[in-house]
Design a protein around this ligand. Structure first.
Ligand code: KG4
Ligand code: ZN
Length: 340
């Protein structure tokens, strides 16, 4: 199969599956030329979560300025873009459609190939953007919508080893943050507060730890709520920094344990983490330390490439187009697109 783009192609990547209007440029599949993320957190904060209709409308307003800035930051003229990639799914359909339709229109106007990218394949490619990591590796993808462990034996082939049976890790962070009145988005707020707390203050459960490779976070969430309520009933106020730190430690413990056990059981000594929760400072430190102790190579992109971003979509699109796979311009966006 011949590639539809050259190996050094510049790909413009667009991501609008949720509440970030994100655009980036990547050259040669790994060199990030720009990464523009116009966050909508301010718009959704007062609702305590993402409001789909507001997200879609805000993408419409922010899309063109984000594209202009990505081109400017990358020092690339629009006519020098060799291909366009955009998230095809999964995600909020109204939000997805803005970036997806924009991407197609740009590709058609420029006369270049288009790639509709699976959001999780994007998160996996974020992990290999800089260091040039090659399969096989274990991918831990932890975000607001997903918590999945994959064995990536070669790019484009993903074996699902485990996933969450209930809440995604980021969802658990967001729900507990809301419960503790820390605002939205919850992950970064808990990350910050936990730095002032004692991670061993409260022994929260480590759901499914040591059992299989699936995850479950709803029991942990209930345990946190019960702990805080019990303190209130006793006329006390649970120390919120200790609650945040102990909750975060429990959620991190489970992820570290499962990712490294997967590496050991499958004899694949490389772990790549991605997704918004991989921006968590404690998860990064713990995964790095435990991986080193077990002789496992660990790679996680900088936080701006863990959260939803354009370069990860450009990198995955580059891979697909190099393989000769483009997405027809009449292919629909899909809110529940499957990776496997
Ligand atoms: O990948 P992402 O930007 O969007 C989805 O695909 O869902 O992930 C967003 C999630 C949110 O739940 C957010 O609270 C969480 O990632 N997150 C974090 C941190 N930064 C973002 N969770 C824990 N610690 C962080 N520092
Ligand atoms: Zn994501």
């Amino acid at each position: 199969m011949t590639g539809l783009i050259g190996p050094e192609a510049v790909v413009l990547g667009i991501e609008t599956s949720c509440d970030e209007t994100a655009v980036g440029l990547v050259r040669g599949g790994i060199e990030v030329l720009s990464n523009v993320i116009a966050s909508q957190a301010d718009l959704h904060a007062r609702f305590g979560g993402v409001v789909p209709e507001i997200a879609a409308r805000a993408h419409v307003e922010r899309m063109q300025p984000a594209i202009d800035k990505a081109l400017r930051d990358g020092g690339v003229a629009l006519r020098d873009v060799d291909a366009v990639a955009a998230t095809q799914g999964p995600g909020l359909i109204g939000a997805l459609l803005v970036g997806y339709a924009t991407g197609k229109a740009l590709a058609a106007a420029l006369g270049v190939p288009f790639s509709g990218v699976h959001h999780l394949e994007g998160h996996i490619f974020a992990g290999v953007l800089d260091p040039g990591i090659e399969p096989p590796f274990i991918a831990l993808v932890v975000s607001g919508g997903h918590t999945s462990l994959f064995a990536v034996r070669e790019f484009g082939t993903y074996d699902l080893l485990g996933e969450t049976l209930d809440d995604a890790a980021g969802e658990a962070f967001d729900k507990i943050a809301r419960f503790l009145d820390l605002g939205y988005p919850g992950g970064p707020a808990i990350d910050r507060l936990a730095k002032r707390g004692d991670a061993e203050a409260i022994a929260f459960p480590r759901p499914l730890s040591g059992q299989g490779l699936d995850f479950s976070f709803s029991g942990l969430k209930t345990a946190v709520v019960r702990h805080v309520r019990r303190a209130e009933e006793a006329g006390e106020r649970a120390k919120r920094s200790d609650v945040a730190a102990s909750f975060q430690e429990a959620i991190v413990d489970v992820q570290v344990e499962k990712a490294l056990r997967a590496a050991e059981e499958l004899d694949i000594p490389t772990v790549v983490a991605g997704g918004g929760v991989a921006a968590n400072s404690r998860l990064r430190v713990r995964l790095a330390a435990e991986a080193e102790a077990r002789g496992v190579r660990f790679c996680v992109p900088p936080p701006a490439l863990c959260v939803d971003n354009g370069p990860m979509i450009a990198a995955a699109g580059h891979f697909r187009l190099q393989r000769g796979e483009s997405t027809p311009l009449d292919a629909p966006a899909d809110a529940s697109l499957k990776l496997i």
